[in-house]
Design a binder for this molecule. Structure first.
Ligand SMILES: [Zn+2]
Length: 80
């Protein structure tokens, strides 16, 4: 079983891969419509919005939390 390198989600089903391509090591939630992987900035803004909505965090806290979590994942460790 693979884990998404960009968000950490375990990928257990073919439907969780971008465009059903199991050679990819990121999930469909981290992919653009064309199947390429989203950028760090894209993931950061999506996750930030998610935290604001789900946990009622303020923008700075949400962004900081999202940043901290993303930086632990293999896709983003070396960037930024
Ligand atoms: Zn993912």
């Amino acid at each position: 079983m693979k884990m998404c390198i960009a968000c950490g989600m375990p990928m257990t089903q073919i439907s969780e891969y971008p465009l059903y391509d199991i050679s990819k090591n990121y999930c469909k939630y981290c992919a653009n419509p064309d199947g390429s992987m989203m950028s760090f900035e894209q993931k950061l803004s999506i996750l930030t919005a998610n935290y604001i909505q789900t946990y009622k965090m303020d923008n700075n806290t949400a962004k900081y939390t999202a940043y901290t979590i993303l930086k632990k994942l293999p896709a983003w460790r070396r960037n930024q």
